[in-house]
Design a protein around this ligand. Structure first.
Ligand SMILES: *Cc1c(COP(=O)(O)O)cnc(C)c1O
Length: 358
């Protein structure tokens, strides 16, 4: 049983959940990477292997979100993201796993090989793909497609927000912090002083902060912003945090809630670069260092930038004597074999330009 349900029986009764991945994920002592940047105690929480087909942090949220779709009798789930969204791809894989159809409502995004692979991977897993360019066409598109499916299936698809970051999905990361605490108690690592993680839709961050408090740990999360500040900012974060706390309170009045203090909500902004999805030189160096020293694959949109922040802090001596954990949120499975025989012409034609330019 997952730690959240072991410790909070009311949540076990009240929350939707379906097991989709493999947990707990391993903790790796990253001695070589640590030594190369002057850290004595560097660990990696490898969420790359949350799932045997397509791992990464979204699987944790999807166990609750897809659980909700199944419990409420939906036939489809509809989700949202950039064209190369890891979340949309993970949703396609997990929906297929339980026999639901997934519909991906995608927005324009900078081209990268990860983006191309994710589109093909979503298609391979039967997702229905739509591109909304310009993004203002999204809302009318959602209305139309929801209406069509409601007429066809008798029930509208379950809406899963960008990144799976609503209170239901965030339960996956509250649980993740409790999972980490069990690993600390088992002696796999000391309690971390700091956890570095990439921040997109802020669900990972919100869940970790709440779960760390519930677990009685003093660990601080260092949130490295990798998307536009109009999407990830203190105001939106406070709002998501509050909504998640009321959700928990409603489902288990005994759950220990942390205080919300605006001062604790500081993001790291310096590693974003120019644009969401566009890699930075520091991010590329971080990816290379991880590959060379620990053999783990990262990417340039999220994890490369988050690790770049950790590396910069280490090199400045800011992490002297600290136990530091890097939360690896990116799929670690090699998916190239699965998509190698796919031709992008099988996708809707609005996606062709993503395969025709550099
Ligand atoms: C979605 C994602 C994140 C960010 O998680 P949020 O909960 O959206 O903040 C980080 N890393 C990777 C690889 C992701 O796909």
């Amino acid at each position: 049983m997952i730690p959240l349900f072991k410790q909070y029986p009311h949540l076990r009764e009240n929350l939707p959940y379906i097991s989709l991945g493999s947990f707990p994920t391993p903790v790796i002592e990253a001695e070589k990477l640590g030594a190369s940047i002057g850290l004595d105690r560097l660990y990696i929480k490898n969420d790359g292997v949350t799932h045997h087909v397509f791992g990464g942090n979204k699987i944790r949220k999807l166990e609750f979100l897809i659980g909700k779709a199944v419990r409420n009798g939906h036939k489809e789930v509809m989700t949202f993201g950039g064209a190369g969204s890891n979340h949309a791809t993970a949703t396609a894989v997990c929906a297929r796993q339980v026999g639901l159809r997934s519909i991906s409502m995608l927005m324009p995004q900078a081209i990268s090989s990860t983006l191309q692979n994710n589109l093909l991977m979503s298609h391979y897993h039967g997702a229905e793909l739509h591109l909304f360019d310009p993004p203002e066409t999204l809302i009318p598109g959602v209305r139309r497609i929801l209406g069509e499916y409601k007429a066809k299936s008798g029930i509208a698809p379950l809406l899963i927000p960008f990144g799976g970051s609503n209170p239901t999905g965030i339960m996956g990361f509250v649980n993740a912090a409790l999972e980490l605490k069990e690993q600390v108690d088992a002696g796999l690592l000391p309690e971390p002083d700091l956890i570095y993680t990439a921040v997109g839709t802020m669900g990972t961050l919100t869940g970790l902060r709440i779960g760390i408090h519930a677990a009685g740990m003093k660990t601080e999360v260092v949130p490295v912003r990798v998307i536009d500040e109009t999407s990830a900012n203190v105001k939106k974060y406070m709002n998501l945090f509050r909504r998640t706390l009321s959700f928990l309170k409603k489902n288990d009045p005994s759950f220990p809630l942390p205080l919300i203090r605006e001062n604790d909500m500081k993001f790291r902004h310096d590693f974003f670069g120019e644009e969401y999805g566009k890699s930075t030189p520091e991010g590329m160096e971080a990816i290379a260092l991880m590959k060379e020293n620990q053999g783990l694959p990262l990417e340039g949109t999220y994890t490369g930038k988050a690790l770049a922040c950790l590396i910069a802090d280490a090199r400045k001596g800011k992490l002297q004597g600290k136990t530091v954990l890097f939360w690896d949120t990116y799929n670690g499975n090699d998916i190239t074999n699965m998509i190698k025989d796919l031709d992008y012409h099988e996708l809707p034609s609005e996606f062709y330009p993503y395969f025709q330019q550099a």
